[in-house]
Write a protein that binds this ligand. Structure first.
Ligand code: GLC
Length: 630
């Protein structure tokens, strides 16, 4: 028999196996050694990795080598992300490359295709209920189209990110179907219970993700006579990661997607992957072992790939996703900074940055090893007001529940004097929790300002958006521009006419791209044009500023000025001081308070202008990036 390619000796594969084996094995032992024959498991894992490596196309192997040589590639200040639904942005996968020039104008180097694998029919939670991880959603194209499109993007310097939904599959997935038909091997892929005793026990400490549309965390299927763990919607069945077979099966999928051209995996809803009785079943230590194992295994068979964790959790739990303690430098390469996002909106509404400065300085280290934030202001999801009661009590003392209610009121437009136009989401009368939907522009006041045709208010709204984009471009991390925010797209209510979507208010921030407005934004003084040009300028300046790279430490400066948020980026040679005015009033601050070196001339690298005098004066929602003039 001819030797299978997987077993051919390959020195490069062996070197990479040796490089990661220790970190991989340590995590897997902690997860599985108690119940598993680890010798056999590791042998199967190695065979899987070797098989996927053997199938890896030549161009991607070249990319692997390039990234082994430049392992910090994804931390560069050159990185700018753009997030879009393929149908809403372009139509189909084949239409995406037509828009490469548009992406390049914004400096985009990373394109996140929102869920594009084959979803279940009908309501699929926006594609987060996948029935076939090996196929592209037929409405968007084929796997061949995916390969061709990612290749074209790569040639244009753009890495493709796709979603890997690994907490759950659709109940229509082949594994779930087999489980439902009674196959015990696949039943062990999920969390199933013969009666309600254990689900009830678990429920005592669980929260509800969708209390309105999908209350509870378990669903009973009379045909099977079993309860199934369904954290999100009834049709999303939670996988059982305690089963090492699930690890191998999902890893195989990740590597296939990598071999088809995906360079970044967005690991969806990772906080929920491990469950333990008596806990909230979120952020358990095993989740970090799972992430370490996935990242290290990928480093062997597809080293060009990096991973981004989506854990929308409180500040105390979030930091761990970038690798802390024994996981430092070994876990996710990116994590969404949802706390920065929440604090941005909080400071804006309160016209007070003290909590923002306190929380961001207190909970987060100044730098990470081989990891950075994905910074963003809006995305396809609602905003959960993740403000910790203890934090609220600390900086300066206010009530946590009171502040969260204020934010929900403010951004749904119910608070007197609010300029925002959002909507409540998942109102939970039991806990008093309320989340908020709305597009960046509508939450930032553009919708109300346009309606009242008030030039002054329009100007303020435009500047709130640019404040946000300047913040995510310089805080530390890769900025993610959410499709349409670069031209200020407003809330869109058309989803209400589609029965599959009408029940989920998050669709209001998922509009179709408005190409007419985007084309017109090149010139003229419309709000969209000003947002577009401002956003483009911010990203261009970011790329020219090495102090903004992801491996440069971020230090929050406490100036005592309640209207300003100040961040220092501690470059090897120079410190960049970014100052943001969170109010609609002109503010000023002495250079000395900002730690500027007396007698040194400074330039504002964002606006490419010299700093006049010793005092920094910021217009409403003004932002500057100060650097010593060389
Ligand atoms: C993530 C997605 C969200 C989805 C959930 C369940 O949080 O961003 O849209 O509903 O996971 O997959």
């Amino acid at each position: 028999m001819p030797q299978a390619p997987a077993t051919k000796p390959d020195p490069l594969f062996d070197l990479r196996w040796q490089r990661s084996l220790g970190d991989l094995r340590a995590a897997l032992d902690r997860l599985y050694a108690r119940h598993t024959d680890m010798g056999d498991f590791i042998a199967r894992l190695r065979a899987l990795l070797a098989e996927k490596w053997a199938a890896r196309p030549r161009d991607l192997r070249a990319l692997d080598l390039a990234r082994d040589v430049m392992p910090d590639w994804f931390l560069s200040q050159n990185m700018v992300g753009y997030v879009f639904y393929i149908d809403k942005f372009a139509g189909t996968l084949r239409d995406v490359p037509k828009h490469i020039p548009y992406l390049q104008k914004m400096g985009v180097t990373y394109a996140h295709f929102m869920p594009c694998l084959k979803p279940r029919p009908g309501d699929s939670d926006g594609g987060y209920a996948v029935m076939d991880y090996g196929a592209i959603n037929p409405a968007l194209g084929t796997m061949k189209d995916f390969r061709a499109t990612t290749k074209k993007l790569r040639a244009a310097g753009i890495s493709t990110c796709i979603d890997m939904v690994l907490n759950h599959t659709a109940k229509e997935h082949d594994w779930a179907q087999k489980a439902r038909a009674g196959d015990p091997y696949y039943q062990a892929f999920y969390r199933m219970f013969d009666d309600e005793t254990l689900p009830r026990e678990y429920e005592r400490t669980l929260v509800e993700v969708f209390p309105n549309q999908a209350p509870g965390n378990f669903t009973y299927y009379p045909d099977m006579g079993k309860w199934v763990w369904t954290t999100f919607n009834e049709y999303q069945w939670d996988l059982n990661w305690e089963n090492p077979e699930v690890f191998l099966a999902v890893l195989g999928i990740i590597l296939d997607l990598a071999n088809n051209g995906a360079e970044v995996m967005r690991l969806d809803a990772v906080a929920f992957m491990w469950k333990r009785m008596g806990t909230g079943c979120q952020n358990l230590p095993e989740v970090h072992d799972l992430l370490q194992a996935i990242v290290q295994a990928t480093r062997i068979a597809a080293p060009a790939m990096v991973h981004k964790a989506e854990a929308i959790v409180g500040p105390r739990d979030l930091v761990a996703y970038l690798g802390q303690g024994r996981h430092a430098g070994r876990e996710s390469n990116f994590a969404y900074h949802n706390n920065l996002m929440v604090q941005f909106w909080s400071s804006l509404a309160a016209r007070d940055t003290r909590m923002m400065s306190g929380v961001l300085a207190h909970h987060f280290p100044e730098s990470f090893r081989r990891a950075q934030w994905a910074t963003y202001i809006r995305c396809h999801d609602d905003i959960g007001w993740a403000i910790d009661d203890r934090d609220a009590a600390g900086f300066p003392p206010i009530s946590g529940p009171g502040h969260r209610a204020f934010l929900a009121d403010f951004y749904s437009g119910q608070f007197p004097g609010s300029w925002a136009r959002g909507a409540d989401f998942q109102v939970n009368p039991e806990t008093g929790d309320r989340r908020t939907n709305g597009s960046f522009a509508s939450l930032a006041g553009l919708e109300t300002a346009l309606e009242s045709d008030d030039e002054g208010q329009i100007d303020l709204a435009v500047n709130r958006i640019l404040l946000g984009h300047a913040l995510i471009a310089s805080f530390g991390g890769m900025p993610l521009i959410y499709m349409g925010d670069e031209i200020g797209l407003l809330n869109n209510h058309s989803y209400r006419d589609d029965p599959d979507l009408a029940g989920d208010g998050r669709w209001m921030q998922r509009p179709a791209m408005d190409w007419v407005t985007a084309q017109a934004a090149e010139a003229g003084g419309t709000p969209s044009a000003r947002i577009w040009r401002g956003t483009r300028a911010i990203m261009t300046r970011r790329k020219a500023t090495p102090q903004l790279a992801g491996n440069v430490p971020t230090r929050i400066l406490h100036t005592g000025h309640p209207a300003l948020f100040v961040v220092q980026r501690l470059g090897d040679d120079q410190t960049l001081t970014a100052v943001f005015n969170f109010t609609e009033h002109v503010q000023q601050i002495a250079g000395e308070t900002l730690g500027l070196i007396p007698g040194t001339r400074y330039i504002d690298a964002l606006n490419d202008a010299p700093l006049a005098g010793d005092t920094v004066i910021l217009p409403p929602y003004g932002r500057v990036w100060l650097l010593p003039a060389t």
